[in-house]
Ligand binder design. Structure first.
Ligand SMILES: Nc1nc2c(ncn2[C@@H]2O[C@H](COP(=O)(O)OP(=O)(O)OP(=O)(O)O)[C@@H](O)[C@H]2O)c(=O)[nH]1
Ligand SMILES: [Mg+2]
Length: 202
């Protein structure tokens, strides 16, 4: 994908902060530390556009990145980095703010064309399954991405994909693909998924 520009727009902590220009939005959801911010950097071929941290809970607001590409179907849109869930060390008050913020964003955006749910290729947790179910019921069926695939061997990757497909009861048509923000494995496939989903209702 030829990226023309990729810029941080702003960090939103309440719905009034969300942009009002109606551009298509693509959101990334997943547990804290799963690799959401790294994946956005990898997709955009930037090293430090989005802050990445070894400490879980780095992304605490809804962060919008404005992107322009050379693809006529993806001229102008936002990638949206959501705070991670399941970070037990965050203070209680921060935790109480997180859930509603994510919920408010996901439920209130007609601009939202695609939701990617990121899962660690090395194993999922109960919270991942409940988030998947919640997204299917309240927002839209998310596309699953198995992150950090570089940490697994080829055969382990196959086993991980099969395990997720079975436990999330995916159909043939449901996408689920490995991704590595280190080797960029899966990047072209992810852009293809974004293209297909953005085109869907334009
Ligand atoms: N080996 C490997 N490490 C990765 C990959 N993606 C992310 N990481 C590492 O995992 C850690 C967390 O990555 P982030 O991208 O900050 O994760 P996040 O989901 O945005 O985390 P929060 O903002 O806390 O929700 C960092 O140390 C990254 O370098 C990957 O594909 N491969
Ligand atoms: Mg992050």
């Amino acid at each position: 994908m030829k990226i023309l520009t990729a810029e941080f727009l702003r960090s939103c902590v309440k719905p009034e902060d969300f942009p009002k220009d109606r551009l298509p939005e693509i959101a990334f959801v997943g547990r804290s530390n799963v690799g959401k911010s790294s994946l956005i950097n990898s997709l955009l071929n930037r090293k430090k556009l989005v802050k990445v941290s070894r400490t879980p809970g780095k992304t605490r607001a809804v962060n919008f990145f404005h992107v322009a590409t050379a693809d006529p179907r993806l001229k102008n849109f936002y990638l949206v980095d959501l705070p991670g869930y399941g970070y037990a060390k965050a203070s209680k008050s921060v935790l109480a703010e997180w859930g509603p913020m994510i919920e408010q964003y996901l439920k209130a955006r007609p601009e939202l064309r695609a939701v990617f749910l990121l899962l660690d290729a090395r194993g999922t947790e109960d919270h991942d399954a409940s988030t998947y179910a919640w997204l299917c019921d309240h927002v839209q069926r998310p596309v699953l991405v198995l992150t950090k695939s570089d940490k697994l061997s080829r055969s382990e990757r196959g086993a991980s994909l099969a395990a997720v497909r079975a436990s999330f009861r995916l159909s043939e048509a449901d996408r689920c693909a490995p991704y590595s923000s280190v080797t960029h494995e899966g990047r072209d496939e992810l852009w293809q998924a974004i293209r297909d989903l953005v085109k869907r209702d334009q």
